[in-house]
Design a protein around this ligand. Structure first.
Ligand SMILES: O=P(O)(O)OP(=O)(O)OP(=O)(O)OC[C@H]1O[C@@H](n2cnc3c(O)ncnc32)[C@H](O)[C@@H]1O
Ligand SMILES: [Ca+2]
Length: 497
């Protein structure tokens, strides 16, 4: 009996009217959802590009960035697409043959033409920023520095990209844009999260930048950089120490040992068995040490490694001045520094050196760091060379000094304690992009970080599509029910009032 009733009810649904209504309803729903989805589907992703050349003291690197072309794409983030390392040394090394500085860039400029689609070449901004190597050359010989810039400009202007200028960045800019890069890549700026400090160690200068609650800029305005980014105000402390990059610091450490113009030195910062001849005029050819050049000295001196971390650290300490602070707190050389706050990202030479020495784990107690450095420094040079055949000898010979310098700079220069040291992360890249000032510099010059938070759509795309679909289905059910009087012989169904 109940089976018969079921059969009858089923048959009601097979009447022509119901079938037509159902088919039309389904078509309407499919059409509605399709239109909604297509209308709101993000267009095929198109990209814009930007190029920044980082003309550092030790080398030049060309960075290509790309980002989604739609202006209102809030999820789009600029990211590093490619990096090209320029062969040879930094542009400041071409002071005697400036045109070679321009020539040195050509190979990477041609590589960039392959990476950026041809139709975007003319609208792709191209910047060059020079840092401490050119700052020093400019101090020493501004005519030579101008000539290097002229050569570099000519090389860049002859490329198909939209050349936007080549200039020396100030130390504040270098520090501040490094901080912007780190926090932009970590999505801290857009989300208004607590920011990460930035520590950059170059060849000729080093930067420290962080936000501290007890820093408003009033005590030392020259260390203050203010930003309004995505609706948040930041008062950043930043300082750049010229001559405290690792190559110039090493120069100072060797200069300290050659004040009396000896023919031989026993260097505790080089491994035992390491031997080299150094030229006095080359060593003292830098404004960082030129005023200390010994009056009477032979043309060159022999440097022999002694490999003693403790003695090396004593000499490293001597290149910092810890007296004469006219502020409430100083780092060194009478430079104001507020209390360290929050986490820090340490990149460039901080990373190269600490990753080579297996010291990137900052949960390691500082005593253990010292023990590891003691052990590296005292390892015979021949053994070091055998164990690391693939690493450049120049770097290998300097890791004892560099590790000692980094530890001393962080703990005695900047006053990182065993607790705050553990909040440092030695990093090379963040989400595929190199940590460094270049990305922040480009974002600033292209106005890609708005001062105010952009309006976000009330719903994400997926949520929007789901709601449209559910509404369409509900509408269809109501429509079917409203047509119930037309249904033939459906008295068995409950009445809709
Ligand atoms: O910021 P400035 O001071 O202008 O210098 P830079 O931009 O040229 O400096 P880098 O960060 O590129 O490099 C910092 C130093 O690290 C050195 N370096 C690069 N790669 C290294 C590696 O794998 N191991 C050790 N040192 C390295 C390089 O020679 C420099 O002395
Ligand atoms: Ca640099």
């Amino acid at each position: 009996m109940s089976a018969q009733r079921e059969m009858k009810e089923k048959n009601h649904w097979k009447t022509p009217v119901t079938i037509i209504i159902t088919v039309i309803g389904v078509i309407v729903i499919v059409a509605l959802v399709t239109v909604a989805v297509l209308q709101n589907k993000p267009l095929l992703q198109k990209y814009k590009y930007g190029i920044v050349l980082d003309a550092g003291s030790s080398h030049t690197a060309l960075y290509i960035y790309k980002w989604p072309a739609e202006k209102d794409n809030n999820t789009g983030r600029a990211e590093q697409m490619h990096v090209c390392k320029v062969k040879g040394q930094g542009i400041s090394s071409y002071a005697a043959n400036p045109w070679k500085a321009g020539e040195s860039l050509r190979a990477c400029m041609e590589e960039a033409e392959q990476w950026v689609p041809g139709k975007r070449h003319h609208e792709t901004p191209l910047y060059l920023g020079a840092t401490a190597g050119m700052r020093l050359l400019n101090m020493e010989n501004s005519t030579a520095s101008d000539k290097v810039f002229q050569a570099v400009k000519e090389a860049l202007q002859s490329s198909p990209f939209s050349y936007q200028g080549a200039r020396i960045l100030s130390g504040q800019e270098e520090g501040a844009f490094g901080w912007v890069t780190v926090n932009y890549l970590d999505d801290r700026l857009k989300q208004g999260l607590e920011t990460t400090g930035a520590l950059d160690l170059g060849g000729a200068s080093t930067q420290i930048s962080f936000v501290s609650d007890n820093f408003d800029g009033s005590e030392s305005p020259s260390n203050s950089v203010t930003f309004r980014l995505y609706g948040n105000d930041y008062n950043l402390y930043t300082h750049s120490f010229l001559c405290y990059g690792k190559d110039q610091a090493l120069r100072s450490v060797v200069a300290h040992q050659t004040q009396s113009g000896p023919e031989k030195i026993l260097d505790p910062c080089s491994n035992p068995g390491y031997n080299t001849i150094k030229n006095y005029s080359v060593l003292y050819d830098s404004p960082c040490v030129s005023n200390r050049k010994p009056q009477k000295a032979p043309a060159s001196f022999h440097l022999t490694g002694k490999g003693n971390f403790g003695e090396c650290q004593k000499i490293v300490r001597s290149i910092f001045n810890f007296t004469n602070c006219k502020y409430s707190h100083c780092s060194f050389n009478g430079v104001f520094q507020p209390h360290l706050q929050g986490a820090f990202g340490a990149f460039s030479a901080y990373y190269f050196v600490m990753s080579f020495l297996n010291l990137t784990d900052t949960s390691m107690p500082l005593e253990t760091v010292k023990e590891k450095l003691t052990s590296y420094c005292s390892t015979p040079w021949e053994q070091i060379k055998q164990q690391h055949r693939a690493v450049k000898e120049k770097y290998l010979a300097e890791y004892c000094f560099s590790g000692t310098y980094i530890l001393t700079l962080l703990t005695e220069g900047y006053n990182f304690t065993s607790e705050s040291y553990s909040k440092i992360k030695f990093i090379k890249k963040i989400k595929g992009s190199d940590a460094g000032w270049t990305l922040g510099y480009m974002l600033n010059l292209t106005n890609m970080i708005p001062a105010e938070a952009p309006d976000t759509p009330p719903l994400p795309h997926a949520g929007y599509v789901s709601i449209v679909t559910i509404m369409a289905i509900l509408l269809f059910i109501l429509f079917i029910l409203s047509l119930r009087p037309l249904w033939p012989r459906c008295s068995k169904l409950p009445q809709v009032v």
